[in-house]
Design a protein around this ligand. Sequence first.
Ligand code: LIP
Length: 266
Amino acid sequence: MTDPLTTELLDLALEVARRAGDLLRDGRPADLGVAATKTSPIDVVTEMDIAAEKLITDFLGRHRPHDGLLGEEGADSKGSSGIRWVIDPIDGTVNYLYGLPSWAVSIAAEKDGETVVGVVTAPMRGETYHAVLGQGAHTNGEPVRCRPAPALEQSLIATGFGYVRERRVGQARVLHELLPQVRDIRRGGSAAIDLCDVACGRLDAYYERGINPWDYAAGALIAREAGALTGGRPGVPASGELTIAAPPGLFEPLQRLLDDLGAWHD
Ligand code: LIP
């Protein structure tokens, strides 16, 4: 049974994700450019990332002024309610900048440090994914489940790459070893969408080194509620060191292989 608090958190996340998604889809300037860079010249921020995060934080601040906030574009407050919102206003910023469709708004709510609500909306797909802890995963309100685990050599695996050269060298090394051992690799450009595609059974697995909490908080809950396991190195939770999502039976051999390949370090 969903309690009133998680119902409120979900309703707020769904509404503000919808509003931000509409702004981003309908308000994208034809001449959209780079407003700033972060860790490297290819780690970009647009005016729309900033505008969407402001829309989201203003909305949540009006409705739940005592909650904490953590956002990719600078929102960072502790709050006093025990609830913290973890926000990626555009996951897949480079795709959004180039006009490619694979980008999403990702919003998670943590209660005392545990993610209890996750919402990812992908406006160009017309899909919104959500989960409440213990209540299953949904796409546009319909329940979804991961694909049954295939053998590793039959698995379709998504990954992504960082923005700093040294990290990309290590990621390419891992990919070089992994690719001959699996069905194929996909690199879509949005961790949140990749995690939701695992939940929907459109991918068998996802892994990446170097993503941030705002990239994976919502999508990882959605994947878990769809039946996937998530984690990093053996015995380590998913983190920036390494994030893996896959159904049981595939998660374990993939985790062992990625650990042996050193996917957790540069
Ligand atoms: C993106 C991640 C993606 C990763 C990209 C980038 P952003 O997040 O979702 O998985 O491969 O390099 O970090 O920066 O678009 O919010």
